[in-house]
Design a binder for this molecule. Structure first.
Ligand SMILES: Nc1nc2c(c(=O)[nH]1)N[C@H]1C(S)=C(S)[C@@H](COP(=O)(O)OP(=O)(O)OC[C@H]3O[C@@H](n4cnc5c(N)ncnc54)[C@H](O)[C@@H]3O)O[C@H]1N2
Ligand code: MOO
Ligand SMILES: [Mg+2]
Length: 404
């Protein structure tokens, strides 16, 4: 990644634009074929082309009777066949109708279906229709959804339940997807201990590792768990050097201006460092660069800072490397349920909920408080240099938009 020579705080948009440009330049192009059962969360490497028409043939949208409208003179019709879904009908005998069910193929010659609620059968089994009929009513025409050869999903589509269902509807058993990005997770900090171990003096449990590993897995990444990295320049250098075969090294902590902030030192010595002091709160000291050619994103260690910067910057970067075009959450406008009196230089992402139609922030917005995010339903965005009165509109970004 190129270094940043801009003084002061970099706006969030500018940082994201740089990250996405880097992602485009290092797109993961290798592909593999996966079965539909393995494809959830993966990204299409080629457009999905329809191999057949959908529906494959004209069929009935209702349980009722199929007829050829031009043959009907208003008199009751004899029922000449019964067509269930999954059967192959005979051509319609002229001047008759066919009993038909939803999803069953229309017999050749029929062009109209009347639902059974508007049909009356007499003692002879003939059918009279009580309402006027319209040509083509209740017929789902062949190809009305998709024509063979249509591109139904573009390359770069993330495959969720709907896309998998669409592929299945077209008979695709396998899809061509980008290979999973290999992402190494390093948790830096002498103070860190894994859950299950006793806490010594000055120690805390490592929570960022769990957040990132679970989140990356949801994003379809292959995770290389680098465990805890002690605050030591030589160890940092060695840990980075051992990760020469990953697509991204993602670390937490050790990026501020403290004397134990070794990530930046290692990058400066043997790679490239762009220490982007971002106009974002939490998350200001996000660090990006490369170590011996491997991209590195150093997220700030405070748990809420890790969460916000991963969600708003590292996640879009990773998705873009897979060719996903729209990678930023949209969110939606909501009225603030609070006043914001002090305009800040950094854009704030408050961990917040919606209560009674208004956005309410968690009372403790310290960047060390992960509990704020567990309570929250999303981020309330307060733009830089902005004050808010209660009722003013702000953008609310639901966590559900970024957690997958
Ligand atoms: N003099 C200054 N000090 C700080 C500044 C500054 O501008 N000038 N920026 C502050 C901001 S903003 C942030 S954010 C933090 C970022 O610091 P680092 O990314 O270098 O992170 P550490 O110092 O290593 O840790 C910060 C905090 O987070 C805890 N932590 C770290 N890793 C984990 C983990 N895996 N799980 C749970 N908690 C973790 C760590 O114990 C610290 O409390 O710097 C400010 N300082
Ligand atoms: O990014 Mo820091 O978390 O603003 O405190
Ligand atoms: Mg640290």
């Amino acid at each position: 990644m190129s270094s940043c020579d801009q003084p002061g705080l970099m706006p969030v948009e500018a940082a994201l634009a740089r990250l996405l440009a880097q992602a485009d330049a290092s797109a993961i192009v290798e592909t593999e074929a996966v079965s539909l059962s393995e494809a959830a969360g993966r990204v299409l490497a080629a457009p999905l082309l329809a191999q057949l028409d959908l529906p494959p043939w004209d069929n009935s949208a209702m349980d009722g009777y199929a007829l050829r409208l031009a043959d009907w003179n208003g008199e009751p019709l004899v029922v000449s066949q019964r067509i269930q879904a999954g059967s192959a009908p005979q051509p319609l005998q002229p001047g008759t109708c066919a009993r038909i069910f939803t999803g069953a193929p229309l017999p050749a010659g029929a062009d109209t279906v009347e639902m059974q609620e508007n049909a009356v059968r007499d003692e002879d089994g003939r059918v009279a229709f009580s309402e006027p009929l319209k040509l083509g009513q209740n017929v789902r025409a062949q190809g009305q959804e998709t024509r063979s050869g249509d591109s139904v999903l573009p390359a770069g589509t993330r495959l969720g339940p709907i896309e998998l269902g669409l592929a299945a509807s077209l008979g695709c058993a396998e899809l061509s997807v980008h290979r999973r990005p290999r992402v190494a997770v390093l948790s830096t900090g002498d103070e860190l201990v894994e859950p299950g171990q006793p806490l010594g003096p000055g120690q805390i449990y490592n929570s960022n590792r769990r957040v990132l590993i679970a989140w990356l897995q949801r994003l379809g990444c292959e995770v290389v768990d680098g465990g805890i990295l002690l605050d030591d320049l030589e160890k940092t250098r060695a840990a980075l050097a051992a990760l020469s075969d990953v697509d991204l090294i993602l670390s937490t902590g050790g990026v501020s201006v403290g004397e134990a902030d070794f990530l930046g030192m290692a990058l400066r010595e043997e790679g490239e460092l762009a220490l982007w002091k971002l106009a974002i709160k939490p998350g200001k000291p996000l660090t990006c660069g490369q170590f011996r050619g491997v991209p590195v994103i150093g997220l700030p260690g405070n748990p809420a800072s890790t969460l916000v910067t991963f969600g708003l910057l590292a996640r879009p970067y990773l998705l873009r490397r897979l060719g996903v075009q729209r990678v930023e959450p949209l969110g939606f406008p909501m009225p603030a349920g609070f006043a914001w009196n002090k305009a800040g230089k950094r854009r704030e992402y408050l961990r917040a909920r919606i209560e009674n139609g208004r956005v309410v922030p968690y009372p403790n917005q310290s960047s060390g408080v992960l509990r704020s995010a567990a309570w929250a339903e999303g981020f309330a965005e307060v733009l830089e240099n902005t004050t808010l009165a209660e009722g003013d509109s702000l953008r609310f970004i639901p966590l559900s938009e970024i957690l997958g």
